[in-house]
Design a protein around this ligand. Structure first.
Ligand code: PA5
Length: 439
């Protein structure tokens, strides 16, 4: 399968010499990542997850035993929802409807609760920390709703995915005898799509999980390879070099409506991993580039004007499919001969022409871009792409000497929320907020 980018090395960089100049650094990054992966404190467990076929078998057995499910509700946020949502939108099929509750806005939750039939609904609460306020609030609501309608049978309708030990969900699942899957200790939320965080909901969406993991293993092979075949090291270098040249915005733009949620997953992976105030030595560095979502062709009619004529502060990463899974011919219609350039051509040909034309038009305007190509949109190639992007993020973390696997910047907001919600132990922070006029 051709999963390699066909156009590495956009204009603006002398690619062979850039690669040669950074070879030592990239090889050191590669070796460091592979060496550190056995240390759980390094949060590199996502590298090995695609090898874990035993857990996948457990997930599939669990799914088979729940043939009664018609609606699966995923309660999770950030890394605990976006991966499954992206893959389900791209490849999901089958009779089970998936619903993602990743916000605490009351109206959509009420709308969903009014629509669901409790006897046919399974709730998968997913939280690595087992304590995220949004997910916990949603769980409290869905648990009460299930118990009110089903009595003690509610327990058959909940499955938990959480840390092996930490948080409130693990002991709760044990105490109530709920089925529970693990987010491995060394796997952080945004790197968790190939573990049960992603695979359990995706099993209900009938996604070919064996091949999803096989694709991820292919990306692992590339990430281990010598530099000339090491695609994530190369794309990380592109991001690094262009960020140094002032391209502080990264546009992630697949040409596919089926991949419409993939940019959301990428934005979270990229921004939360790489936007860091301090390097590993504690020095203030303020790293990061801002990832932006776009979908081709749709956003050609929204953002491409800015991409082409606005400031050259962007690196655009297109994702293009090389083959459709089905195609449709554009018919000839008498009286509309002005459109005869379309007659008899296929929709995929038009989509592909638009992708190539846009990339070329941007390159001509001096707007750097590169394209990752997928032979087709299936589980194998999507698994590859997800893992490739995780590797790219890890390589960038190494190049910038930061910890790509923590998120200290979101903690203070969480603390303030606890204080505003009256959580025990947060009284003095609540007082501080009141003094600052936040109530
Ligand atoms: O990537 C991350 O670590 C975060 O985005 C988390 O996934 C998100 O905050 C949800 O956390 P949790 O799974 O602990 O509820």
């Amino acid at each position: 399968a051709n999963v390699l980018s066909e156009r590495i090395g956009p204009k603006g960089i002398d690619w062979p010499s850039a690669l040669a100049a950074h070879a030592q650094r990239l090889e050191a990054a590669r070796d460091a990542l592979w060496q550190r992966k056995s240390d759980p404190a390094e949060f590199l467990g996502w590298i090995d997850v695609p090898e874990d076929t035993e857990t996948l078998r457990r997930v599939l057995r669990f799914r088979e035993a729940q043939a009664w499910v018609e609606d699966l509700v995923v309660l999770g946020i950030g890394g605990s929802a976006l991966g499954a949502q992206a893959v389900a939108a791209a490849l999901g099929k089958g009779p089970v409807r998936l619903h993602f509750v990743d916000n605490v806005e009351p109206e959509p939750i009420l709308e969903l609760l009014r629509k669901l039939e409790p006897h046919k609904t399974l709730v998968n609460v997913i939280s690595k920390s087992g304590s995220t306020a949004e997910t916990m609030a949603a769980f409290l609501a869905f648990r009460r709703w299930l118990e009110d309608r089903l009595g003690p049978d509610w327990k058959r309708h909940v499955v938990v995915t959480t840390d092996p030990a930490k948080g409130v969900l693990r002991p709760y699942a044990q105490a109530e005898g709920l089925p529970a899957f693990e987010v491995p200790r060394a796997v952080g939320g945004r790197f968790s799509v190939t573990c049960p965080v992603g695979t359990l909901p995706l099993a209900f969406a009938e996604v070919d999980l064996e091949n999803l993991l096989a694709g991820a293993r292919k990306a692992n092979e590339q990430a281990r390879a010598a530099l000339e075949h090491n695609l994530p090291a190369q794309t990380a270098l592109l991001h690094h070099l262009f960020s140094q040249k002032g391209q502080n915005i990264v546009v992630f733009m697949p040409y596919s409506t089926r991949l419409r949620y993939l940019p959301d997953w990428f934005v979270q992976l990229h921004d939360e991993s790489l936007g860091k105030m301090r390097d590993r030595a504690g020095q203030e560095v303020r790293t990061g580039t801002t990832a932006v979502r776009a979908i081709g062709t749709t956003d050609q009619h929204a953002q491409v004007q800015l991409f082409r004529e606005g400031p050259h502060d962007k690196l655009i990463n297109f994702v293009r499919l090389l083959n459709p899974s089905e195609d449709l011919e554009i018919p000839a219609v008498r009286g509309l001969e002005a459109l005869d350039y379309l007659f008899g051509k296929s929709f995929f040909k038009l989509l592909d022409a638009e992708a190539k034309a846009t990339a070329h038009a941007l390159a001509k305007a001096g707007q750097p871009n590169y394209t990752l190509t997928l032979e087709q949109l299936d589980a194998y190639h999507l698994g590859w792409l997800l893992q490739h992007l995780m590797w790219q993020t890890a390589f960038l973390g190494e190049l910038w000497n930061i910890n790509a696997f923590d998120q200290p910047g979101v903690e203070l907001g969480k603390e303030y929320t606890y204080a505003l919600m009256g959580r025990r132990g947060w009284e003095s922070l609540a007082q501080e907020l009141r003094a600052e006029g936040v109530e």
